[in-house]
Ligand binder design. Structure first.
Ligand SMILES: [Fe+2]
Length: 226
């Protein structure tokens, strides 16, 4: 929603990210009820964007995920003022233990065989893309310290969203639910920490936090422009 009436057209706003992910500009099929998830988090929505902006919380917050997608396999994405996030070079889906997988999206280049990217399109939407599924997270601010996070998974083709793949979709949703719940706990801790007397605003790591800094600058620019 454009509250000011002065925002650029959506196509203009999304163009830098659309260009980056042109390979995924093809039909994505919603998984439906068994592929959707809603969480309520006692934290400001911006802390959820911060959480997804960096990868250094993986070893401590996501030990399971980190066992196959380590910090050093990730890279930062902070190329424009409009979005930021992180990517991994070791995406390798193994959901059922017998080699069955979802169909891949059509025509992807070789780099997507093992790459996956997680990007926040400012202000409050996040996307994850993998060769065999994508997700959208909408951060809905309910109050300054309360956010509803709505998650929806998308797949390549109607067969992937049909009954034959119901168990696989359920397994994938549980995998993501576990990761998002791990994030939820730490983000609620970040919210409490912002009220601690010792909190002084913190320092950014140039190596680890370029995407987070990108987001802060975007917010600060808009606050200054008011
Ligand atoms: Fe996380």
């Amino acid at each position: 929603m454009d509250l000011s009436g002065e925002a650029p057209a959506f196509e203009v706003h999304v163009e830098p990210l659309a260009t980056r992910w042109r390979a995924f500009e093809q039909p994505l099929f919603a998984g439906g009820a068994d592929s959707n998830l809603t969480l309520e988090i006692a934290a400001n929505w911006k802390l959820l964007i911060e959480n997804t902006s960096e990868a250094y919380h993986l070893p401590t917050i996501h030990p399971g995920l980190n066992s196959y997608s380590r910090l050093e396999d990730h890279y930062a994405i902070a190329e424009t003022g409009l979005f930021s996030g992180q990517g991994t070079n070791v995406y390798s889906p193994t959901l059922d233990g017998i080699g069955r997988g979802f169909r891949d999206f059509d025509g992807l280049s070789a780099r997507w065989e093992n790459a996956a990217e997680y990007i926040s399109l400012y202000p409050n939407v996040q996307f994850g893309v993998h060769r065999d599924h994508a997700f959208v997270l909408l951060m809905e601010p309910l109050a300054p310290g309360l956010t509803r996070e709505r998650v929806a998974l998308y797949f390549a083709g109607t067969e992937m969203t049909g009954p034959a793949y119901g168990d696989m979709r359920a397994a994938l949703l549980e995998l993501w639910r576990g990761i998002f719940l791990e994030d939820l706990a730490v983000v609620e801790g970040m919210q409490r920490g912002r009220h601690a007397p010792a909190f002084d605003g913190g320092r950014f790591s140039p190596v680890m936090e370029a995407p987070t800094h990108n987001f802060h600058r975007w917010i600060a620019d808009r606050l200054e422009a008011r």
